[in-house]
Design a protein around this ligand. Structure first.
Ligand code: ZN
Length: 72
């Protein structure tokens, strides 16, 4: 009577933090700190964005700074 019970832990399902694609659906998935992942497709997209010349009409990801000056 041999019980060959393999208690292998299933590999955690990593997914791209940006697009949500699982690790097995993309070619490469890079891990960052605090369980942040980015796939090769998002890297390519980000690279094309940061290498593109900035345009004034492009929407800004950051919220516009509100004028919070000292009230006299
Ligand atoms: Zn992605």
């Amino acid at each position: 009577m041999t019980e060959c019970e393999t208690t292998q832990t299933s590999p955690p399902s990593y997914a791209c933090t940006f697009c949500g694609q699982p690790w097995d659906a993309v070619q490469r998935l890079l891990a960052g700190p605090n369980r942040v992942y980015i796939c090769n497709e998002c890297i390519t997209l980000c690279y094309s964005i940061i290498t593109a010349p900035p345009t004034e009409d492009a929407p800004c990801d950051l919220p516009p700074a509100s004028p919070t000056g000292p009230t006299l």
